[in-house]
Design a binder for this molecule. Structure first.
Ligand SMILES: [Ca+2]
Length: 335
């Protein structure tokens, strides 16, 4: 076969284009994702990883009240996107729980939710007007591929979505949650903060009939980074330095030097479930207990009636490597 000059250049062009596509990771179908979040220092890390993960296509971020009030979580989300130079639409979520009284984690995350790093203040250009449940429903219905939901704060907005638009469940792949507790809680003796924030909403989500995967408090406590590993995060450019500064603000009351990073464990379950041990369970949220309100009742014995898969263990080495690599990817993606 004799190659003509135009054919040669055309073939060369095709090979270069293919290589560029492969390098960008565009060859794979990226999972469409909606994030419900209450930033929150660990939320900032989870969002940063998600926004630059080659496997994900974040369609919308819905800040909700949670760690701190909505006015702060909304501004923190906008500020993060400005810092990361991303343009994902932001839709304003719930400013209070469905039924429960509001709680606050300002003692951990600071009054604004992100003590430890001074973000440049963003304007509200990325905000799309409309009710979160309605905007999420439209995005889910219009999605060619089934949508994944990531809930790393109180689940108020997802509950409103399922109550108002139950038909969207057909086009949802799964829900990944950071929340709940197998043993003791961190908000009250038996309740974990995200679930305690809106127990009724969490109960709606666990009874949605959709596949639910859970990174409970115990996984958040276990999936830590050591100080020397956080030093590697710091070396990951400006993004790494931002996260290092935020996490350095959190000090464990008992002086434990390990850095616990909670919300990113849910992103880890979404992207690399093989790093975790996941067990089927039937999960109910206690809604009537005088002293146990908001407790997650996770029954591993009721396998036949399971409504969730709950992570019970994590490969620490793999997790820490994935976390650091993800921050490096985010820093490179930001440039
Ligand atoms: Ca959170």
């Amino acid at each position: 076969m004799v190659w003509s000059e135009p054919l040669f250049y055309w073939s060369f062009f095709c090979i270069i284009k293919l290589l560029t596509t492969l390098r960008k990771g565009n060859f794979m179908n990226r999972k469409p994702l909606i994030i419900s979040t209450d930033p929150g220092i660990d939320d900032i890390a989870a969002m940063t990883i998600s926004l630059f993960a080659k496997e994900l296509d974040v369609k919308m971020i819905v800040p909700t009240w949670g760690n701190v009030a909505l006015e702060y979580t909304l501004q923190n989300t906008l500020n993060l996107e400005k810092f990361l130079r991303t343009k994902v639409p932001v839709v304003v979520g719930a400013n209070q729980p469905l039924v429960a009284p509001m709680i606050s984690a300002a003692s951990v995350h600071g009054k604004t939710g992100i003590a430890g790093f001074d973000f440049e203040k963003a304007d509200d250009q990325l905000i799309e007007p409309g009710l979160a449940a309605t905007k999420m429903a439209v995005a889910i219905k219009n999605s060619k591929e089934k949508m994944t939901l990531l809930g790393i704060g109180p689940l108020t907005d997802f509950a409103l979505l399922f109550k108002q638009y139950p038909e969207v469940k057909e086009n949802i792949d799964q829900i990944i949650i950071m929340g709940g507790n197998i043993g003791r809680g961190n908000h009250s003796p038996l309740a974990e903060y995200n679930i305690a924030g809106d127990p009724e909403a969490a109960q709606v989500v666990f009874h949605s009939g959709l596949p639910v995967k859970v990174a409970p408090l115990e996984i958040g406590n276990k999936a830590h980074l050591l100080p020397e590993q956080m030093d590697k995060v710091k070396e990951c450019g400006e993004v790494g330095n931002m996260l290092y500064s935020l996490f350095s603000h959190i000090h464990e009351p008992d002086g434990d030097p390990r850095i616990k990073i909670y919300d990113p464990t849910a992103v880890g379950i979404l992207l690399h479930p093989e790093m975790f041990t996941l067990k089927k369970a039937h999960v109910e949220i206690e809604l009537r207990g005088q002293f146990t309100y908001g407790a997650s009742v996770i029954d591993f014995m009721n396998q036949d009636n399971s409504n969730a898969e709950v992570a019970t263990d994590v490969d620490l080495d793999k997790f820490a490597k994935w976390f650091i690599d993800s921050i490096e990817t985010a820093d490179q993606g930001r440039k």
